[in-house]
Design a protein around this ligand. Structure first.
Ligand SMILES: Cc1ncc(C[n+]2csc(CCOP(=O)(O)OP(=O)(O)O)c2C)c(N)n1
Ligand code: SF4
Ligand SMILES: [Mg+2]
Length: 301
């Protein structure tokens, strides 16, 4: 399928100029270049302007609840490990109400790419401060400068155990496409943070601000092959994140840690050939209870 064939035909109703258009475009380009199968690619989103994205892509999509896209996606992926699953959500969705799930996914290393639309505000609900907004920053719809410290999704994700971390920019289609390609090819829990100007509510982190305050990483090798290399990389990443300019690119990529799917197979061989989605659910039209116990029974306490 070409990039344009990945369009659903539903008209994207984001504000003109919104960074979300760049995200949609780069995603379709990446899916086309990766040769993904639209019958096997699933998008799960929360609620927010970002959460609308499944409607615009010609694939299976679930527009779930605010903050709950990750548990939905985890259920889909573990029920049918053959599917490629990506979560799309806002900075409020994934790092505010959904933060507990965000941390849990890293610990579990489920093979899901989490895409964060970081516009520093709650776009859909008229511009309140999101968890990524810097302390002292006053965007136009808040009455006083923000009094909270921001969270850094790369550093939270790194300590939670995500095995792929990347950051890109919504208006740099080529860079973002390449980050999507790397993230979707990764086997394990990954984060792609996308700086996404909200032209309606965020008058500070504009296109000009992003151009001035970011830099594309040069000569950085994100791959760690051993625990020792990983420890050293993590220390370097903390330094990268402390630079004056926000780094764009793949920050971390390692695959020696078992994914959740591999851990389930190790604990219960039955899961490999009979995850819940492959079990019979009816015989001659009569429903049959899925034998969850056989797949996940070894985890019961
Ligand atoms: C449980 C729940 N709480 C609050 C809301 C209201 N709400 C809808 S979207 C949103 C925040 C959207 O901000 P963000 O997640 O950053 O997405 P964006 O619109 O910026 O893409 C909130 C608070 C909701 N729908 N459900
Ligand atoms: S409110 Fe902001 S994030 Fe939402 S569609 Fe408009 S520009 Fe985009
Ligand atoms: Mg937001």
């Amino acid at each position: 399928m070409s990039a344009s064939e990945w369009a659903s035909g539903v008209w994207p109703d984001w504000c003109p100029g919104c960074g979300d258009f760049g995200i949609l475009t780069a995603l379709k380009m990446a899916l086309a270049e990766l040769g993904e199968d639209h019958k096997k690619f699933v998008i799960v989103s929360g609620i927010g302007c970002s959460g609308k994205i499944p409607h615009f892509v010609k694939t299976t999509g679930v527009h779930t609840l605010h903050g709950r896209a990750i548990p939905f996606a985890t259920g889909i992926k573990l029920s049918n490990p053959e599917l490629k699953v990506a979560v799309f959500g806002g900075d409020g969705d994934l790092l505010g109400i959904g933060m507990g799930h965000f941390v849990a996914l890293g610990r579990r290393n489920v093979n899901i790419l989490v895409v964060i639309h970081n516009n520093w505000v709650y776009g859909l609900t008229k511009g309140q401060a999101a968890p990524t907004l810097g302390k002292g920053v006053k965007v136009k719809s808040i009455p006083f400068p923000n009094i909270n410290d921001p969270v850094n999704p790369m550093l939270v994700g790194m300590s939670a155990g995500y095995t792929f971390l990347a950051r890109s920019y919504a208006y740099n289609a080529e860079h973002l496409k390449n980050m999507f390609k790397a993230g979707l090819a990764h086997n394990g829990a990954g984060i792609l943070e996308i700086l996404q100007p909200c032209v309606t509510w965020n008058n500070i982190m504009t296109m000009e601000w992003v151009n001035k305050n970011t830099q594309i990483l040069q000569n950085w090798n994100p791959v760690a092959k051993t625990e020792e290399e990983l420890v050293a990389k993590k220390q370097e990443i903390i330094k990268l994140e402390a630079m004056d300019k926000v780094p764009l690119g793949v920050l971390l990529d390692y695959s020696f840690k078992a994914t959740m799917e591999q851990r389930l197979v190790a604990a219960n061989e039955y899961y490999k050939d009979s995850p819940p989605a492959k079990q019979k659910i009816d015989v001659s039209g009569k429903p049959l209870p899925v034998d969850i116990e056989k797949s996940f029974g070894s985890f019961l306490v």
